[in-house]
Design a binder for this molecule. Structure first.
Ligand code: ADP
Length: 167
């Protein structure tokens, strides 16, 4: 059984992430989408919220499961019995960093490969941080976020704005 890991921050999951998940799930027997926790970052959504949102979005894809980890990715993959990391590649800017990460992961775990799926053209410039910037404006988010999580996102933006106004 070929198991692939799709790691990321998913803060929050976007339609670009979902597109990669759907395509990777068609290629592999099992796909584990893993929220990688970086304690140095302060995300908009907690680890549990991010996992819950992804679960709701991928609920109808039978061979996808959702997890979270603060382990080194190469070690996490070994523990899960996976030899493939999936990465989505957007415009050229992703390449340098992802290539470096792929080489480092392979150095730590020589049986681990990284497979790159090119972004669909309509998601080429989409990132979680762009969506977070748009959140401050009255923009239709349906081209950027899976519909199941748009209410969560709008609510979080509203709470943040209230907090900001109190300052
Ligand atoms: P972001 O950069 O949006 O914060 P993550 O750190 O969660 O995203 O990224 C997880 C993975 O998803 C990375 O491999 C990243 O390149 C990929 N990815 C993110 N957005 C897209 C997109 N719009 N199209 C294809 N791949 C993407």
């Amino acid at each position: 059984m070929k198991i692939a890991i799709y790691p990321g921050s998913f803060d929050p999951i976007t339609s670009g992430h979902l597109n990669i998940i759907q395509r990777a799930a068609n290629i592999f027997d099992r796909l584990i989408v893993c929220v990688m926790v970086n304690h140095a970052k302060s995300p908009m959504f907690t680890r549990e919220e991010r996992v819950d949102m992804i679960k709701r979005v991928v609920g109808d894809i039978p061979n996808v499961e959702v997890d979270s980890s603060d382990e080194l990715l190469a070690e996490y993959a070994k523990r899960k019995g996976s030899c493939v990391i999936i990465k989505g590649l957007r415009a050229g800017s992703d390449f340098e960093n992802e290539f470096q990460m792929a080489l480092i992961n392979r150095k730590i775990n020589p049986t681990l490969d990284t497979m790159f799926l090119s972004s669909e053209h309509q998601y080429m410039y989409l990132s979680s941080s762009t969506v977070k910037e748009l959140g401050g404006y009255d923009v239709d988010l349906s081209d950027f976020l899976p519909e199941q999580i748009i209410p969560d996102f709008k609510q979080r933006v509203a709470v943040k704005n209230q907090g900001g106004n109190r300052k």
